[in-house]
Ligand binder design. Structure first.
Ligand code: PLP
Ligand code: COI
Length: 345
């Protein structure tokens, strides 16, 4: 195992030893292979550079108590990437190729995955983009699919400590646009709102990111930065928004299941109006990188209102239970009744 400060990793790029790369040309994928080269040499006319014909995924590898390594629902990431590819007229990466690439990258870089109990995971970044000679606005003649990985800790600095968020006038996506798929353009559009959150911060109160409201009416919560939103009502229901412009989070669907089947809660997808945040005893952001990040407070700068959800700087009891159950399944400590975990041999 590498000599890293495993308990205190943030979310930054650390160069690991191997990455996987596969090429699509003349209608088919090659086998793909591992390489130590972390630089890409691509055509200047690549559609990815000019027209944003690209997408990515994010999933993690977990070190279990017995030293083995788990991937969490990689088939769902493969499926989501295929759905994104359809929207951007890119060739689908077959699920077999996607999962094989992830497993090979984890195996080749297992020295970079910290010990069980440290909180460190190996974050995998699969990505797909159009390349090759081109200038017109059309789908590329060639594509590259690659997967690299980095050891990571908490995405939002507080980790399980509650974070603060703002709303802004900006949208990350449009109705019937690309909000529901994982394309880089959504994240380019989020850089300015993220910056505004940092600028709104004071020494007393840091804002971790921007919350996105529905692009049609700006009245309903959609996303929390690069994570989905969920709330726990005062009568103990798990509610998470449903909308075409929200990225369908694999973590969110896992939590809907855990809340219902393991915690016996009513768990639903439905509208979450920003002016009705007072219905919640707890709220959080969820995602692969974010895991579960409880929300302390949302400042709705558009309407000049503040909503304080958690007051004592600690995660609420339901957030904590959801976190423990989810982590338990990911690390192989809780029964995996639905085949969510893939063991990397
Ligand atoms: N929403 C956005 C915009 C994201 O970037 C992510 C991260 O992937 C999520 C939600 C959470 O999705 P998942 O749980 O599949 O990682
Ligand atoms: C993930 O959780 O995998 C994400 O995509 C967040 C990322 C943009 C940092």
């Amino acid at each position: 195992m590498k000599d890293l400060d495993w308990n205190n990793l943030g979310f930054s790029y650390i160069k690991t030893d191997y990455r996987f790369i596969a090429h699509w040309k003349d209608g088919k994928w090659d086998e793909g292979k591992l390489t130590t080269d972390n630089m890409l040499h691509i055509h200047e006319g690549s559609t990815e550079i000019h027209y944003g014909q690209q997408c990515f995924e994010g999933l993690k590898a977990y070190r279990c108590k017995d030293g083995s390594i788990n991937l969490f629902r990689p088939d769902q990431n493969a499926k989501r990437m295929q759905h994104t590819s359809d929207r951007l007229l890119m060739p689908r990466v077959p699920t077999e190729l996607f999962i094989r690439a992830c497993k090979e990258v984890v195996k080749a870089n297992q020295e970079w995955l910290g010990p069980y109990g440290s909180g460190a995971t190996l974050y995998l970044r699969p990505f797909l983009f159009g390349t090759g000679e081109n200038i017109g606005v059309k789908t590329a003649p060639e594509f590259i699919f690659s997967v690299f990985c980095c050891p990571v800790g908490a995405y939002f600095k507080g980790g399980l400590a509650p974070s603060n968020f703002i709303t802004t006038d900006y949208d990350r996506a449009a109705p019937m646009g690309t909000g529901g798929v994982k394309v880089g353009g959504n994240y380019a559009a989020s850089l300015l709102p993220h910056e505004l959150a940092a600028e709104a911060s004071t020494p007393e109160r840091k804002f971790a990111d921007a919350i996105y409201l529905d692009p049609k009416t700006h009245t309903k919560i959609e996303e929390v930065g690069a994570a989905n939103f969920f709330g726990i009502t005062k009568d103990n229901k798990f509610i998470t928004p449903a909308s075409e412009s929200i990225l369908p989070s694999i973590t969110k669907y896992s939590l809907l299941y855990i809340a219902k089947e393991r915690l016996g809660m009513e768990a639903i997808e439905g509208d979450v109006y920003i002016d009705q945040l007072n219905q919640f005893a707890e709220a959080g952001a969820c995602g692969t990188a974010a895991v579960i990040s409880p929300i302390e407070r949302i400042d709705d700068l558009e309407n000049g209102k503040s909503y304080v959800i958690s007051k004592d700087g600690k995660p609420g009891p339901v957030c904590e239970k959801l976190y423990n159950k989810l982590r338990g399944i990911q690390y192989g400590d809780e029964p995996d009744t639905h085949g969510w975990v893939t063991i990397v041999e």
